[in-house]
Design a protein around this ligand. Structure first.
Ligand code: MEV
Length: 290
């Protein structure tokens, strides 16, 4: 019986969400959480055996990669869904890898990226490509939407980040469309976010310099209209507990805040006490080309 298995990484954007859609650079890191897809050849239509994920767009993405018939698809993901950690891109990458594996093919990183990008469009229209670049490549990535698309490895911070879940999910497509509808008035904010990215790049190994830049990025995302009162509250909570800096991460409208702090365990505990799920995320290693 034919089977296949593949994995895609989750991600956190350190700087550049939304601005990256309009050609500005972004920096994002793959995390040690993600999605694993298992395929099993079956008679009849392709279907998803996936109790924890109930999204009608999922079958569309699955079929675009493995075809309309012949597969039972199991998806395991330990990423919070719709929380800015790239769960849909991780699933798309895992599907592409699982299908290649089921066919006995080795697949290049560029092909994984291109196929996952095409499928990802089912989830949110015209993604920049950042999420699935990181989901497929791992490590820290400097990304610029093409043409030509730039994907360059960047230094991976040697320290973990704390992730705090606001408890509500955002809809990436709606958030991206919302920013589009506020252009050109918000273009200076998008440009200011783009200008922060080289500074963040230069501070990746130094939490004390990185923190204030993250905070500045959060302020700009707030001005852009994609933060929420709860996300702002979580940034304040992180700062009140001694973080170097914090920001919402991802499309916003809900989702998570990331914080860089000298005391990760203390912040997780403080967030939990305030009623918010929180965990420490570590960077995932760079994926070697197949
Ligand atoms: C979503 O993770 C990041 C956004 O910049 C959208 C995109 O890049 O496609 C908000």
């Amino acid at each position: 019986m034919k089977t296949g298995v593949g994995h895609g990484f989750g991600k956190l954007i350190l700087c550049g969400e939304h601005a990256v859609v309009y050609g500005h650079p972004a920096l994002a890191v793959a995390v040690n959480q993600g999605a694993t897809v298992r395929l099993r050849a079956v008679e009849g239509p392709t279907h998803v055996v996936s109790p924890s994920i109930d999204d009608p767009r999922l079958l569309e993405a699955v079929i675009s990669i493995v075809g309309e018939s012949g597969w039972a698809v199991t998806i395991e993901s330990d990423l919070p869904i719709g929380k800015g950690m790239g769960s849909s891109a991780a699933i798309a990458v895992a599907l592409v890898r699982a299908f290649a594996h089921s066919q006995g093919q080795s697949i290049s990183l560029d092909d994984v990226y291109a196929k996952a990008y095409a499928a990802e469009a089912a989830f949110h229209g015209t993604p920049s490509g950042l999420d699935h670049a990181v989901a497929s490549r791992g490590g820290m990535l400097w990304f610029e939407r093409g043409p030509p698309t730039v994907m360059r490895p960047a230094p991976v911070p040697p320290f973990p980040v704390v992730v705090i879940d606001s408890g509500s999910a955002g809809n990436t497509k709606d958030m991206v469309n919302g920013v589009l509808s506020r252009r050109p008035a918000v273009d200076p904010i998008l440009a200011a976010i783009g200008d922060l990215v080289p500074k963040v790049h230069a501070a990746l190994l130094d939490p004390a310099s990185l923190g204030p830049l993250l905070l500045e990025n959060h302020g700009l995302l707030k001005d852009l209209g994609v933060s929420t009162p709860v996300l702002d509250q979580l940034v304040d909570l992180a700062m009140a507990h001694g973080a170097h800096g914090a920001k919402m991460a991802g499309a916003g409208g809900g989702g998570v805040v990331l914080a860089v702090t000298p005391s990760p365990e203390g912040l997780v505990e403080a967030a939990n006490q305030a009623g918010f799920a929180s965990f420490i995320a570590h960077a995932a290693p760079i994926q070697e080309p197949a």
